[in-house]
Design a protein around this ligand. Structure first.
Ligand SMILES: Nc1ncnc2c1ncn2[C@@H]1O[C@H](COP(=O)(O)OP(=O)(O)O)[C@@H](O)[C@H]1O
Ligand code: SF4
Ligand SMILES: [Mg+2]
Length: 312
């Protein structure tokens, strides 16, 4: 089956006094209806991937490689066609819900906005669709919440409003950038539920970005682990959680509370000055001499892809 989204050798650098190569050739694909989780510590390039797919990177970004959505090269699409896709077939939930929602408009008005922008004129009053969307993300009295403003609501409620706004048109691909960040465990469970039950759920593919492996474990079909601007492991979620292969993946799983909270020593390198050889070598407990000099390729190992010399 042809993938819905195909990212190939995506490179992004930012120009400036000291140019920074943020993504060094990232490749992965997502099938229709599939959930792929992109995980890794803060600063490894996850949000840059999301913004590159949506074509929302700032002008100082230099982007190379390919991002195909249903076979169309997004990196070459003119802005008019890209805007027609955005919010309609391709949607994103940004990292910070209180910034993404407009404080001066009611929730009902903000939910109706994608319908107003993307749907043909002459369609019936959008309020029925808005009420239905609010119900789907768990608001039992939607007519009441339509009149609310973002500042009246908790972070968890705003995150659910945002999920409803982003999915009201039933996009084919939804990107959720850190939807659980900063929320308490109960709110995280709600967001998790809404990501399964939003208006497009079932047919919508999800690119789920998170630093939290515990959260993505319950939602993802596939896991892509990023470290310092590159993918180091790409696997089916079930295989990954049963037996992670890359030393960084082992470290990430070991740092989960249920696995004893053992942190990975050291910190991620600055992207402006990545280490020689394997980028993980300064923190890797299994490193050997060649890891300091040679850069490992992402290799097909037992049906998954791993970037480590230890994997055959
Ligand atoms: N506009 C920009 N100019 C320069 N560097 C940027 C810009 N946007 C992001 N970066 C850098 O790109 C790297 C990856 O950022 P990001 O994708 O936001 O990380 P993540 O989402 O994984 O936490 C960071 O080191 C960040 O400083
Ligand atoms: S290549 Fe070497 S340093 Fe890198 S993860 Fe594998 S063992 Fe560790
Ligand atoms: Mg981010």
């Amino acid at each position: 089956m042809k993938p819905l989204l195909e990212i190939e050798k995506l490179r992004v650098s930012f120009e400036g006094e000291r140019p920074v190569n943020v993504l060094s050739g990232v490749s992965f694909s997502i099938q229709k209806g599939e959930t792929l989780a992109l995980v890794g510590e803060s600063g490894c390039g996850k949000s840059v991937i999301a913004h590159a797919v949506m074509r929302l990177l700032p002008s100082e970004a230099r982007v190379k490689g390919s991002v195909r959505f249903k076979g169309t090269e997004l990196l070459e699409l003119d802005e008019k066609r890209m805007s027609a896709l955005r919010g309609n077939e391709l949607a994103i939930i940004f990292q910070n819900p209180s910034h993404a929602l407009n404080p001066v408009y009611s929730i009902g008005r903000q939910l109706a906005e994608p319908l107003r922008v993307h749907q043909k004129q002459g369609k019936p009053d959008p309020s029925q669709k808005v009420l239905k969307a609010l119900k789907q993300v768990g608001f039992s009295r939607p007519e009441h919440y339509m009149k609310y403003y973002p500042s009246w609501c908790s972070g968890g409620m705003n995150q659910r409003f945002l999920i409803a706004t982003s999915t009201i048109l039933g996009p084919e691909l939804l990107i959720a950038d850190e939807p659980s960040k900063g929320l308490d465990p109960d709110r995280i469970k709600e967001v998790e539920r809404e990501l399964r039950a939003h208006p497009g759920a079932g047919k919508t593919a999800l690119l789920l970005i998170s630093h939290d492996l515990g959260f993505v474990r319950r939602l993802a079909d596939k896991i892509a682990v990023m470290y310092s601007g590159e993918i180091v492991e790409l696997a089916e979620a079930a295989d990954f959680f049963e037996q992670p292969l890359h030393p960084y993946s082992l470290g990430l799983l070991g740092s989960l509370p249920e696995n004893g909270f053992v942190p990975i020593p050291g910190s991620a390198p600055a992207l402006s000055d990545p280490p020689s050889g394997c980028r993980f070598h300064p923190r890797c407990p299994y490193g050997e001499k060649r890891c300091l000099q040679e850069h490992p390729r992402l290799k097909d190992t037992k049906g998954r892809f791993v970037r480590c010399f230890l994997c055959p």
